[in-house]
Ligand binder design. Structure first.
Ligand SMILES: [Zn+2]
Length: 171
């Protein structure tokens, strides 16, 4: 019996992500490594990505574009923020210039404890200028790949909200 990609199914797939089109620059790929594993339909993946895989089965190939607006969003020029030096709590012995390297992603926390990532734009006397856009904001995506396996998620996987074993957590 063919098991189809649907909500609460574990999907293992190999994929290659390129910028904009099949001929675009390589952004990332699982080829040659472990496949990506995710539980379908629970918000782990970009909804447009899941929509394209819905109903496919083991062995199916896929190739499709997703516009930036339907992926990580359009680039927001307002999402550039200067965080003053006084706002950082650095571990003793950690030098700011080792962490705040332009282009590097740094985990940040707002005063309410919410975690997010920021990309360092530059540092100056006042603090660190961060780009708070997701790294792929404004980028049109092109995915291609193959479904490696589809199986129902276990009760434990659903409770944890992630895949166990190949393509997922080992704990
Ligand atoms: Zn787990």
């Amino acid at each position: 019996m063919m098991i189809l990609v649907d909500t609460n199914m574990v999907v293992l797939c190999h994929y290659t992500l390129r910028d904009g089109s099949a001929m675009g620059d390589l952004i990332e790929s699982t080829e040659g490594g472990e496949p990506l594993g995710f539980i379908h339909g629970i918000g782990m993946m970009i909804p447009a990505f899941e929509a394209h895989l819905q109903g496919k089965t083991k062995g199916d190939a896929f190739a499709f574009p997703i516009k930036a607006a339907d992926a990580y969003g359009d680039y927001n020029t307002e999402a550039i923020e200067l965080i003053p030096w006084g706002a950082f709590k650095l571990e003793p012995g950690v030098r700011p210039e080792d962490i705040f390297v332009p282009g590097e992603q740094v985990p940040l926390q707002d005063p309410s404890g919410e975690s997010f990532m920021g990309t360092v734009v530059e540092t100056n006397e006042e603090g660190v200028l961060f780009d708070l856009n997701p790294p792929l904001a404004g980028v049109d995506l092109y995915f291609s790949g193959e479904i490696v396996d589809v199986r129902p998620a276990t009760a434990e996987e659903l409770a944890h909200g992630h895949v166990h074993g190949v393509g997922g957590h080992r704990h």
